[in-house]
Each structure stands twice: as structure tokens, then as C-alpha cells.
Write a protein that binds this ligand. Structure first.
Ligand SMILES: [Zn+2]
Length: 420
């Protein structure tokens, strides 16, 4: 099993169905995630890593111990650094019977997928395809997602470990490995034991375009609006029925359209109604609040409250409730507290021949929650694109550059520790 390329590993992992599920009452949300988690345990052991553990929640944790000699200036002082990837794939698109398509040399232009010719990866919509010209990429057959999110991360971490095990002359501190379930349903860190993990700094390998690094995510709240109406037979409804569908429609139509995911980019915030359920007697709408400034979330709340205040008098007999819950917070403050975690990552990507850039993530990562809980965890690219869709694809070159960045990164930590 040892000495496999990142592509070998990737192709083996993506055919394992690990789709997670919303509103499950088990953890992990689907037991099939254990199929890959257990395989990773087996492969970690085959790499010669001794203390591999999997707990009842499915968290796989392992350590590649430091190989620094006692004579080294960095011995005993190099922080333990962790690498984390999630095994599950998004509930949005099927991850069963994935048939990866390897394109040996991408010639440019649109890519029509063989399993469903209506599914096309368009050059005009994929700026990262430019970097992939003449290089190897992998797509699905168009009937499922690919699962590069985040099996590319799993394959990258395993291949980097293999490289370190095979090259003992590369000196490193303690390296902590974490493979986790249920990231896609927002529960990837629910039972993550930071103390047991034992890293002082960590990185998720769960980004996309080669060279892009992430230290900023949205801050996020979720908002639930519930409208209680009154249902009665339509034949005798006059002046009695209160149709909550009309009330909730009046609310949705007033949400600002210039503050929607489909009309914003970069650092712009949004208010995004994404699930609507309704009947005459009761309707609910779930809304996402997203802003890079945590204080900005209060402004979004005010906007929605004003809309509700405007709609309520139009339907005096309806009862409108607004509930807001915290989802996750921008990791920026937490990772900048000790800038080594980001500075060394940037240096490692540069040493891999890339022109790295910090890109804000218009979403959250497991790193957002880990950082908030005290483990600074920025995010590293994988080479993937178009996550959660049938047009998902990955650059094999990008995965290789990510492996290189990870192996450079553990060395940068040692070198900088020596100098300090
Ligand atoms: Zn992911």
C-alpha cells in the first residue's frame, strides 16, 4: 500500500459513498462514513504510524512523532502542528456510484460529461481551468458529485505523510492527523476533542484553487421566521382565515435583493432565504445571515426585523416569530493572534513554486469553529473546484502542490523555531 501517488489515493477514496445527512439523530449522521474512516485507519497503520485511534463518533486521530535529534536547536521547542480533512460529501448531490473520469491532458474548452451530456464544465465559468491546461484533471461522469471536497484533502494528507515517512532526512516536529465526519452538515467539530488531538496549531486541507489560502471566513447566524396563521375550510373562511403563506410571501419579497448570494461577492454581506415550508396554518422560512464583520450580523438582523415590523400590520391576526442562532464566526482574529500559523503557511506555499494569495471564504470551515475554540486553524487549497455539484473537478497538479506545501510547511516550522 505504501508509495502511492495522491491520484491513486484520491481515486480509491472517491468511489466510497460517504454522503452525510441533515437532521439525523445519529453521529456521524450516516454510518457509511465509517467505510472511509476505517480505511484511513488501516492505511495510517500501513504507513507505520503507531498510535492511530478511531472513536465512537468516527474521529480518526494519529501522530507522526517528531524526528528531531536532541542536538537540534528546534528539538523540544517545535509546536505540534495538525492537519485535518473531512471524509463526508455534501447531502446536496448524490455521492453513490461515483465514476471518476481522468483527463490526462486537459486541452482547454468546455468539458461535456459522459454520463449526462447536459452537464458541462464551462471554461467561461471556471477561472481555475486556465491553470489546468495541459495538465491532468479528474471529473465525475456527470451523474454524481466527485467528492474532491474533501477526499482530495484526505489523499493530500496521506500522501504527505507517506513522503515524510519515506524521507526521514526531512526533520519535523510532532504532526497530528485528524480525519472527521459530518463537516457538510455543519457538525464536523461537534465531538472534536482539541486536547486529545494535541496540536498547538492546525490546518484544514479543504480549500480549492491552487495557491489560494484562507484565514478569513464569514461570521454566520441562522434566522428562522415562523408565521402562525389560522386554517379553516375555504368555503366559510371570510374574515376568519389567516393565510400564513401570504404573510411569509410579503416578508420574502421585501428582503433586499442587492444583498443576496447571487448579487454579492468578495467581502459583501448577504441575507439568504434558502428553505421555505408552508401551509395556511403555519409557514416557516430559514434565512442565512453572512458577514465578514461579526458586528455586521446585527445590521442584517435589523433589516429583517424592519421588514417584519412593516408586514405585521398588514396581517394583524397573524403571529410572526423571529429566532436567531449563532452558526460560526470569522476565524481571522483567532489566527492573527499568533501570526506564525499564517506566515509559515504562506512561506510554505511560496517554496512550492506558487504565488500564494489570501482569499476570504464566503462560507465557513471546520477551522472557523476550531479557531473559536482555541486551536488556530487556517485552510489550505486542494486543487478542487465546483464543490457540491455534478460539475465538481480537481486538478491533479493542484493536489500535488498541496502535498508539497504540507511537507514544506512542517519544515518551515522547524527552521523558524531554530531561528527564534
Ligand atoms: Zn469541504
Amino acid at each position: 500500500m505504501i508509495n502511492q501517488t495522491v491520484l491513486d489515493r484520491f481515486l480509491r477514496y472517491v468511489v466510497i459513498d460517504t454522503q452525510s445527512k441533515e437532521d439525523s439523530n445519529t453521529y456521524p449522521s450516516t454510518s457509511k462514513q465509517f467505510d472511509l474512516l476505517n480505511l484511513l485507519v488501516k492505511e495510517l497503520k500501513e504507513l507505520g504510524i503507531s498510535n492511530v485511534q478511531i472513536d465512537e463518533h468516527g474521529y480518526v486521530m494519529a501522530t507522526l512523532p517528531s524526528n528531531l535529534p536532541a542536538s537540534d536547536k528546534a528539538y523540544g521547542r517545535t509546536p505540534a502542528v495538525g492537519f485535518i480533512a473531512h471524509v463526508d460529501t455534501s447531502p446536496e448531490v448524490s455521492g453513490a456510484n461515483v465514476k471518476p473520469q481522468v483527463i490526462r491532458s486537459y486541452a482547454g474548452g468546455d468539458i461535456q460529461l459522459p454520463g449526462d451530456p447536459s452537464v458541462v464544465i464551462r471554461e467561461s465559468e471556471n477561472s481555475a481551468l486556465k491553470l489546468a491546461k495541459g495538465k491532468m484533471i479528474v471529473t465525475s461522469d456527470g451523474t454524481t458529485l466527485l467528492g474532491a471536497d474533501d477526499k482530495a484533502g484526505c489523499a493530500i494528507i496521506m500522501t504527505a505523510l507517506q513522503h515524510l515517512v519515506n524521507n526521514p532526512s526531512i526533520l519535523h516536529g510532532d504532526i497530528k492527523i485528524g480525519f472527521t465526519p459530518d463537516e457538510e452538515v455543519g457538525a464536523g467539530t461537534k465531538h472534536f476533542d482539541i486536547k486529545k488531538f494535541g496540536a498547538q496549531f492546525a490546518y484544514t486541507v479543504d480549500g480549492d484553487t491552487p495557491g489560494e489560502l484562507n484565514k478569513e471566513t464569514f461570521s454566520a447566524n441562522s434566522c428562522l421566521i415562523t408565521v402562525h396563521g389560522r386554517d379553516i375550510h375555504p368555503g366559510s373562511a371570510k374574515n376568519i382565515m389567516v393565510n400564513s403563506i401570504r404573510v411569509v410571501s410579503d416578508i420574502i419579497v421585501r428582503l433586499p435583493k442587492h444583498m443576496a448570494p447571487e448579487t454579492t461577492e468578495g467581502y459583501e454581506p448577504y441575507i439568504h432565504p434558502y428553505v421555505l415550508e408552508g401551509g395556511v396554518g403555519k409557514s416557516t422560512v430559514k434565512i442565512l445571515f453572512r458577514d465578514f464583520r461579526t458586528e455586521g450580523l446585527d445590521d442584517l438582523r435589523t433589516i429583517v426585523e424592519k421588514v417584519v415590523a412593516e408586514v405585521q400590520p398588514m396581517h394583524p391576526k397573524a403571529k410572526i416569530e423571529v429566532q436567531i442562532q449563532e452558526s460560526y464566526r470569522n476565524m481571522r482574529e483567532g489566527v492573527e493572534r499568533d501570526p506564525r500559523v499564517i506566515d509559515y503557511l504562506f512561506e510554505a506555499a511560496r517554496r512550492s513554486g506558487l504565488d500564494p494569495a489570501w482569499v476570504p471564504i464566503r462560507g465557513g470551515t471546520d477551522g472557523s469553529k476550531l479557531t473559536a475554540a482555541g486551536l488556530p486553524t487556517p485552510n489550505i487549497f486542494t486543487g478542487g473546484a465546483n464543490y457540491h455539484s455534478r460539475t465538481e473537478w480537481v486538478s491533479v497538479w493542484g493536489m500535488e502542490k498541496s502535498v508539497e506545501t504540507v511537507t514544506n510547511l512542517v519544515q518551515v516550522w522547524v527552521e523558524k523555531t531554530r531561528e527564534s
